[in-house]
Ligand binder design. Structure first.
Ligand SMILES: Nc1ncnc2c1ncn2[C@@H]1O[C@H](COP(=O)(O)OP(=O)(O)OP(=O)(O)O)[C@@H](O)[C@H]1O
Ligand SMILES: [Mg+2]
Length: 215
């Protein structure tokens, strides 16, 4: 009886922690960055248009974060360098690919302009999530960002790694009830956890404290 309660409490705590982690990882949000960009370009008297979905909250947390940072940098660059009178952001999700086009009608980026930290960082962030950045500067500046989302991109993928089988099962069952959570692996030891992380590419891994050396 006592043990059942302990398992129940531990599972609830794991669910609460996972929820907190998800919202922390989504601290930077794409839709908020678009609003922020609108504010800063409008303040610089540059026209702004957004075309795309209003609700982007379900993007995978890491993608959400990385793309939001790219949009912030692109907006800052437009204000700092472009001398544009108009700019736009277009977002499409099709065939498991998120594509973002950020355009401004300004002076364009010179072909031999060296990338600064801003553009380099953008490229690195996108590469990290297996995406890419293409810049076209024939007329104004057009940044094409693309990121593969995969099939079930609107699910938070979770690996649970705990050595106590019963507790692991209970946490798994509780988390699996959440509509946006998908358990992609359950591991009983650190070795197994590493394999599941590599194979399952989770957004989150609940790792047993004992195995912190695997982090
Ligand atoms: N939208 C744009 N229009 C015109 N030129 C641009 C635009 N974005 C970037 N550039 C040019 O590309 C250069 C590199 O941009 P990048 O963001 O990498 O560096 P930065 O903005 O100069 O510095 P940092 O981002 O590190 O503060 C800029 O210095 C600028 O000359
Ligand atoms: Mg910059």
């Amino acid at each position: 009886m006592e043990e059942t309660r302990e398992i129940e409490n531990a599972s609830r705590a794991a669910l609460k922690q996972t929820r907190e982690l998800v919202s922390e990882m989504r601290a930077l949000k794409v839709d908020e960055e678009i609003k922020h960009m609108e504010q800063i370009v409008t303040a610089a008297e540059i026209n702004f248009t957004y075309r795309g979905p209003e609700d982007l909250i379900n993007l995978p947390p890491l993608t959400q974060n990385m793309v939001a940072m790219c949009i912030r940098e692109a907006g800052t660059n437009i204000v700092k360098h472009s001398q544009a009178t108009t700019c736009s952001v277009d977002i499409h999700i099709a065939d498991g690919i998120l594509s973002i086009v950020i355009f401004d009608n300004g002076i364009g980026i010179n072909e031999d302009t060296a990338y600064g930290n801003g553009l380099k960082g953008m490229e690195e962030r996108l590469t990290f999530i297996e995406g890419a950045l293409h810049i076209n500067s024939k007329q104004g500046t057009c940044l094409n960002l693309s990121v593969p989302l995969g099939g079930d991109w609107n699910m938070i993928r979770i690996v649970i790694a705990k050595d106590q089988r019963i507790l692991r099962g209970a946490i798994g069952t509780l988390l699996d009830f959440e509509e946006d959570f998908e358990i992609v692996g359950q591991a009983g030891d650190g070795e197994e956890a590493m394999t599941m992380i590599q194979r399952g590419k989770p957004d989150i891994c609940l790792l047993d404290k004992k195995w912190t050396r695997y982090r």
